[in-house]
Ligand binder design. Sequence first.
Ligand code: ATP
Ligand code: MG
Length: 449
Amino acid sequence: MSEIKKAEKIVGVKGMNDILPVDAPLWELFENTVQTVLKSYGFQQIRTPIVEPTALFARGLGEVTDIVEKEMYSFTDSMNGDNLTLRPESTAGVVRAVLEHNLTYDGPKRLWYAGPMFRHERPQRGRYRQFHQVGAEAIGFTGPDIDAELIMLCQRLWDDLGLDNIRLELNSIGNADERNRHRADLVAYFEQHKELLDADAQRRLHSNPLRILDTKNPAMQQMVNAAPKLLDYLGEESRTHFEGVQKILRHGNIPFTINPRLVRGMDYYNRTVFEWVTDQLGSQGTVCGGGRYDPLVEMFGGKPTPACGFAIGVERLLELMKASGEQFAPNQCDVYVVHQGDAAQLQAFVLAERLRDAGLDVVLHCASTNAGGSFKSQMKRADASGAAYAVIIGEDEVAKGVAAVKAMRAGEAENNQAMVAFDGVADYLVDQIVGADEHDHTEHVHYHH
Ligand code: ATP
Ligand code: MG
């Protein structure tokens, strides 16, 4: 009996998921599409650190928001005592960076970011402790046109991803004065209906009453529906701005509904707020949230600078793409190289590099694994790899200066197997693969020259 105790497995942190190779094609399709769309509107990428000073979020998001009250991963840097936080969202970090590097010195900026965010929430479907957002921030733009542009950009993204089950909800939450007048009436109204408020709402009654409107508690819906509406408190400028957004959307054929109860979680929002919502994901149905945050730059010590942005919850959006029933092909290679014998292995390395030079995706059989060995077992690997072609090199082939090229999928080529001189293999395969591509545009996605 062995004295060595079997080591216990270490598992990942609850609510923080591994994204496995099986899902990689879906992520890549999403990431490529979103980058292309953002670029087509002139947005430039910015990458900010995952860790920021805790004060950035406390000040930026507001002390009484869900995130700052209970969801932040904050810690003390043991080296120097700094209070740090894993970013729960990116707007605060982006605005900090814009100020720090004076990025708007020569005019407004259209920026975008992507990456992991961290919130200590109860993990459930569509709600994780590490999740991903792709977002855009348009900094320095005053008018309703940029609000509408951001929304149209989202619509284009859904269209390009083939998603047609997302609807737009829109609202204006006015400015601070307008919200204060509304807030006074709202608190008075809630106090009249105190017996209907749940614990969450009780807690928020004086700290963040607007957020009560956002409740998901069915028992409170009727009461909340009849509460004073912020829209009725908007002044002339806020109303004109909101109408400006709607006008462009109508003209651009972007359907929307006005949801007077729509508010956003963070303190920094004003005027336009919007959410893209689907019914297909259960209760976590918001796939994207955004709006205007004109006060934020000044709150961070910058000159008054208007701004507007959105953030997409990537996991939820991918869930929706999966729900659409479309299959996302696994990443496959073009060519699998099979070889036997020392001389053949060396030759195989050279050939594989040449094929890659020609733009092909090539997997070289690894002879040092247990499964190395017979041609038959290697061909099984080649088959499993999904490669369109296997290139086979044995002692005979080395001696003759050729390689056997075998089409792995029926219908790929007229001659199932051909002997091709080493120097000609790359051209031969490119011809075959591009030729097949011309016949069937959907089949080949790997070859790109
Ligand atoms: P919710 O009301 O669902 O808690 P939120 O208002 O906290 O959302 P935002 O801060 O606006 O969300 O973030 C934008 C988007 O990021 C959300 O609409 C959602 O799609 C996604 N998101 C937010 N929190 C999570 C999470 N914990 N896990 C996965 N996705 C999330
Ligand atoms: Mg939340």
